[in-house]
Design a protein around this ligand. Structure first.
Ligand code: NAD
Ligand code: TYD
Length: 343
């Protein structure tokens, strides 16, 4: 029997990759993509699917209870990834983060209960490792697991932790059939050029410098977006109700190391780095122990190995200038930079 997926936030970075991945890997699946098209939602990221009978785009907000109830009734499962996603923006204005990430998730869960009172429909809540706060740089053996307590640092991560808690509460109180995933930093095609990799790559193509925050020693665990999509599909199909799964690339890099790799791949040198004022409350290190998802669902990353995966991503931005040019104006400065000025 074919599976009908309601995907929220499918016009964003991970969502557009997920649509393409699922339609390719599961010929029996169809997708309805509900997206409100905020600044980071870009229907052009899915323009190659025009006319695809297994794909439908619905322009709407997850805060709309009536719309989401009707759409869930049409589908067998829900994959929820609509969110405000950028830490720097949340530092400037937290309100949209609370609205979309916290209230939006709660609204969607109420729609799920209305559309599916018997709790038959699987709901996958896509979240981040940032809910766990950060780790020290000098204890590399310590990583986040499903048992790590929440300690979010930024308004973004606090809003995601809030959404995770609401999903847990609805599982406990109402018995909804939900799983939550907490994933590390993704990279790959179609990422909005405010996030560090596409920002740095496109800056260098434009002959600009790359703004490295603070001392550049902060560490992130980088996962290719298609590895994330494959993990989400595994959780959707095989995850146990009420469970949480940590997803990571086992690929820790300091921002300085990342920057040097990008510079080398693009034939640039140190002089392209501009050390700028650190992000407020900047988390030092994220790292995931993905033992549980490997043990229980048989997933592990296969597409994230460096330098190849990073170089292929850089190549994508080099070859798809029209895509990112439309979302990044000629005089583009990061949103954060525009607000704080003079960095
Ligand atoms: P993104 O900003 O590229 O995309 C978010 C999408 O959600 C956009 O298309 C936007 O229009 C849509 N959206 C936002 N608010 C909405 C609303 N109220 N109603 C309907 N649509 C709305 O983000 P992304 O990087 O693709 O992240 C997707 C999800 O994955 C988020 O929940 C994020 O927290 C999570 N996540 C991201 C990463 C990462 O490295 N990018 C890592 C772990 C988890
Ligand atoms: P980002 O891509 O914003 O992801 P997140 O904050 O969710 O991890 O940032 C990744 C890392 O890169 C983070 O440590 C902050 C750093 N960074 C810079 O040094 N300069 C920049 O211009 C940006 C956007 C991020």
């Amino acid at each position: 029997m074919s599976t009908r997926i309601l995907l929220t936030g499918g016009a964003g970075f991970i969502g557009s990759n997920f649509v393409r991945f699922v339609l390719r890997e599961r010929p029996d699946c169809s997708i309805i993509n509900l997206d409100s098209l905020t600044y980071s939602g870009n229907p052009e990221s899915l323009s190659d699917l025009d006319g695809e009978p297994r794909y439908r785009f619905v322009h709407g907000n997850i805060l709309d209870l009536e719309l989401t109830t009707e759409l869930i009734k049409e589908c067998d499962v829900v994959v929820h990834m609509a969110a405000e996603s950028h830490v720097d923006r949340s530092i400037i204005d937290a309100r949209p983060f609370i609205e979309s990430n916290v209230l939006g998730t709660q609204t969607l869960l109420d729609a799920l209960r209305r559309a599916d009172p018997d709790n038959t429909k699987r709901f996958v809540h896509v979240s981040t490792d940032e809910v766990f706060g950060d780790l020290p740089l000098d204890q590399l053996e310590v990583k986040f697991t499903e048992a790590t307590p929440f300690a979010p640092s930024s308004p973004y991560s606090a809003s995601k932790a809030g959404s995770d808690m609401i999903v847990r509460a609805y599982c406990h109180t109402f018995g909804i059939n939900a799983c939550t995933t907490n994933c590390s930093n993704n990279f790959g095609p179609y990422q909005f050029p405010e996030k560090v990799i596409p920002l740095f790559v496109t800056n260098l193509i434009e002959g600009k410098k790359v703004p490295l925050y603070g001392d550049g020693k902060n560490v992130r665990d980088w996962l290719h977006v298609e590895d994330h999509c494959e993990a989400l599909l595994a959780v959707l199909e095989k995850g146990a109700a009420g469970e949480t799964y940590c997803i990571g690339g086992n690929n820790e890099r300091s921002n300085l190391e990342l920057t040097h790799s990008i510079l080398a791949a693009m034939g640039k040198d140190e002089s392209s780095i501009e050390y700028v004022t650190d992000r407020l409350g900047h988390d030092r290190r994220y790292a995931i122990d993905a033992t549980k998802i490997k043990r229980d669902l048989g997933w592990e990353p296969t597409r994230s190995a460096w330098p190849g995966a990073l170089e292929n991503t850089i190549k994508w931005y080099v070859e798809n200038e029209t895509w990112w040019h439309r979302v990044k104006s000629g005089e583009y400065l990061s949103y954060y930079e525009k607000q704080y000025g003079g960095r």
